[in-house]
Design a protein around this ligand. Structure first.
Ligand code: G3I
Length: 361
């Protein structure tokens, strides 16, 4: 078991809740073992139950339309994961497409589902301004006429979203992808070009003031694949902390589109641990290279094993859970098959490999 669930560094609005869940899972294990007829002493636990036992979060990105319309999607999401991230529905464009005009329905649906099934919610994301791949900034922010207006928009947005979900979200990706996509420098998107790095410090301070118990993260892509980018993020986070930013952790997105998990994953986690920060794998998906399900399974197992080996690692969240619904079906094509369940909701070898890793087999 990784640490004591009572003292596990993972956040926060639910340490006692998670300890209780761990106790429940342990009790279930003992009961099932005691009732066993002798054929197979090992109970079949869900990934969620196994993760509860290990004191880590196992999450999935989710879409409310699928929760509402596909029963098997909702069933697996509830059974196999103790955490949910809204894939898109807590983002700025989704929640406040126009200044002070709020569209909460989809985000509320994700929050309600998580609450109903006793899951934590990773809030994703308050401010994402790097537009390498997607147009993520609402037009009214892009067109802000001056510095003060731009800052006001950010302040208003953070206040509205953090306040609304303070009872549900226990950790926030306060800023997403602050660095340029392929390099170590701070991304010169429209927000940073206008306000400098100061907006990042202010965002963390504001989120802390609005919800003092939520863990606050920087979430970034490609740092386990690009050493210079990892160094750039270390430098930025140190600068922000030195300036007074209340940063609790760093999210590693972990879109392993080449099918391989980088060897640097553990050392990157340990660098954050050395700074006293938590670390979370926040958006894991591993493309199935050439249809090789076995190496896909090995990759998933190694990410979970690495998280279990690094005490600062509190979470592994995958970016979806079924190949039927993944952003990579649009971005790469259906051949990427990057997740734990296939398009018919059947568990893949990666599912078994993760279960065995969490069980300590
Ligand atoms: O819902 C509309 C639909 O009505 C319309 O027909 C269709 C036409 O393109 O677009 C649909 O919206 C798309 C939405 O995904 C839902 O599928 C948006 O155009 C598209 O931009 C959006 O992409 C999301 C992207 O972030 C941008 O927000 C992806 O689903 C989502 O997986 C991706 O997630 C990001 C993380 O937030 C940050 N890290 C990288 C990760 C993957 O790119």
């Amino acid at each position: 078991m990784k640490g004591n669930t009572m003292t596990n560094p993972s956040s926060t609005k639910g340490p006692s809740n998670r300890s209780f869940l761990a106790l429940l899972a342990l009790t279930a294990t003992l009961l099932i073992t005691a009732c066993d007829d002798g054929h197979d002493a090992r109970p079949s636990l869900t990934l969620r139950e196994l993760a509860d036992q290990r004191g880590i979060l196992i999450g999935a990105a989710a879409r409310p339309g699928l929760i509402a319309n596909e029963a098997e999607y909702a069933r697996i999401l509830a059974a196999e994961f103790n955490s949910i991230t809204a894939e898109n529905d807590m983002k700025w464009k989704a929640t406040e497409p126009k200044h002070k005009t709020y569209t909460w329905n989809n985000a509320d649906a994700v929050a309600a589902f998580a609450t109903a099934y006793g899951q934590t919610v990773r809030g994703h994301t308050l401010v994402w301004a790097n537009e390498f791949q997607f147009q993520v900034i609402p037009d009214y922010v892009r067109n802000a006429v001056d510095v003060a207006t731009m800052q006001q928009y950010i302040d208003d947005h953070i206040e509205a979203v953090v306040t609304r979900y303070a009872d549900v979200v226990d950790r926030w990706d306060v800023i997403n992808e602050p660095l340029e996509t392929l390099g170590p420098g701070v991304d010169q998107n429209v927000i940073t070009a206008t306000l400098g790095e100061a907006w990042m410090l202010r965002a963390f301070q504001q989120a802390r003031a609005l919800d003092p118990t939520a863990d606050l993260y920087v979430n970034e892509s490609l740092t386990t694949l690009l050493p210079a980018k990892h160094a750039g993020l270390l430098a930025l986070v140190k600068r922000l902390i030195d300036a007074g930013a209340p940063i609790d952790g760093v999210g590693l997105q972990a879109h392993y589109l080449g099918g391989q998990v980088p060897a640097a994953l553990q050392s990157v986690m340990e660098d954050w641990q050395a700074l006293g920060l938590k670390v979370a794998v926040t958006e894991l998906d591993i493309a199935t290279a050439g249809g090789d399900l076995q190496s896909h399974a090995t990759g998933y197992a190694s990410v979970f094993a690495t998280c279990l080996a690094v005490s600062a690692c509190v979470e592994v969240t995958s970016w979806g859970f079924t190949d039927r619904h993944t952003w990579l079906n649009d971005f790469i094509g259906p051949e990427s098959t990057p997740l734990l369940f296939n398009e018919d909701y059947q568990p893949k070898p990666a599912y078994t490999a993760v279960a065995e890793t969490l069980a300590g087999d």
